[in-house]
Structures are given as C-alpha cells and as structure tokens.
Design a protein around this ligand. Structure first.
Ligand SMILES: [Zn+2]
Length: 59
C-alpha cells in the first residue's frame, strides 16, 4: 500500500498549450519528444519532470 508513487499520474502543460498526462516515464518521454519535435529543444528527464504536476488521486 506504499506504492502510490509508481502509479501516480502526472500532467504537463507546455508553454505552447500542448498537454500530456500519464505515468512518470510516459510523461517524461512524451515531453522530451515534444520538445525536440516542436521546439527544437533537447530536454533532460529532470527538466521534463520540473514541468510536471501530480494529478489528484481521487479514484
Ligand atoms: Zn510545446
């Protein structure tokens, strides 16, 4: 029952209005791919997660 971190959902809203949400690894790879494809920026995992906010876990 202490494992909520691994199932936590995260949400990222980019400055351009693009959004993604999902598990940590999914959000990180989506943000990195979006940064590269849309903004020609290479983001690190740390930079990607700095934009992520945890989704409320109310289910
Ligand atoms: Zn963007």
């Amino acid at each position: 029952m202490q494992d909520s971190e691994s199932t936590r959902q995260w949400q990222v809203t980019c400055v351009c209005g693009w959004r993604t949400s999902g598990a940590r690894g999914e959000v990180v790879s989506a943000v990195i791919a979006h940064g590269r494809d849309t903004h020609s920026q290479d983001l690190t995992e740390e930079q990607a997660m700095s934009q992520a906010v945890p989704m409320p876990a109310d289910e």
